[in-house]
Design a protein around this ligand. Structure first.
Ligand code: 13P
Length: 256
């Protein structure tokens, strides 16, 4: 399995800035054999960047999309519109869940719509600080995982990625703490166990599980060596070109 390094740019960069960043990144980075490099710009930048990106080197992801293909859904972009433009789409990010009110049912429909349009969903799950404090982490993780995957057929599990992002460790939230490797290992094991119990051991092993939450070049190596972690979903640090490139090099070294 490849190591996935995904940069989630969130609501940052104009189309012009995104294009310049991508140009510099493509120039700076080598072609990695075992590291799948992905960036997720704003929706408005995806189409122009899809013409600019070298898909042998890296791939594009959307940050979100709507599950219906067309119709009276003002403001939305559908997976059918993104088909051929992106290879991945982040689905169910905690900012979508807590700022925009997405629930597991909507997330499940989005995961299914992505797969229907040959786009790999990166399903984000993670507990809040208070859920952790009240001992609810395992329940939240299981609910979001099983809920989000509820419309995926067994045959489609080759095309699903899970990202564990504890909400309290995301740097854009107030008072973000760093997750420890042990805390991550425990939840990643729970994710694999839940997948194994629900879909069988073979299937559970082939789903990549990424970690996200205040990842930077200093902690990337430690996070990538947590048992069961297959990659990173990076917010703030992915906006800084040199830092992102350093993280790619860390990922390459960890693979060697
Ligand atoms: P930060 O890396 O800025 O904490 O963001 C994590 C995240 O939400 C990525 O999706």
């Amino acid at each position: 399995m490849k190591t996935y390094i995904v940069g989630n740019w969130k609501l940052n960069f104009t189309v012009g800035e995104a294009s310049i960043y991508l140009h510099k990144l493509l120039k700076k980075m080598p072609n990695y054999r075992d590291v799948e490099v992905v960036v997720a710009p704003s929706t408005i930048a995806l189409q122009p960047l899809s013409l600019q990106v070298d898909r042998h080197k890296m791939k594009l992801s959307a940050q979100d999309a709507f599950y219906r293909d067309y119709g009276a859904f003002t403001g939305e972009t559908s997976f059918s519109q993104l088909r051929g433009i992106v290879d991945f789409c982040i689905v169910g990010h905690s900012e979508r869940r807590y700022i925009f009110g997405e629930n597991d049912k909507m997330v499940a429909k989005k995961v299914a719509a992505a797969i229907r349009h040959k786009i790999t969903p990166i399903l984000c799950i993670g507990e809040t600080e208070s859920e952790r404090a009240f001992g609810e982490t395992a329940d939240v993780i299981r609910d979001q995982l099983i809920g989000g995957l509820s419309e995926v057929a067994d045959d489609d599990f080759d095309n699903v990625i899970i990202a564990y992002e504890p909400v309290w460790a995301i740097s854009s939230t107030k008072a973000a703490k760093l997750a420890t490797p042990d805390e991550i290992a425990e939840v990643v094991e729970l994710i694999r166990q839940t997948l194994a119990d629900t879909y069988g051991a073979e299937l559970a092993e082939k789903v990549p599980v990424l970690f996200g939450g205040s990842v930077n070049k200093a902690n990337a190596g430690a996070y990538l060596t947590v048992p069961g972690v297959n990659g990173l979903l990076i917010g703030g640090a992915s906006l800084i070109l040199d830092e992102f490139v350093d993280i790619l090099e860390v990922a390459k070294r960890v693979r060697q």
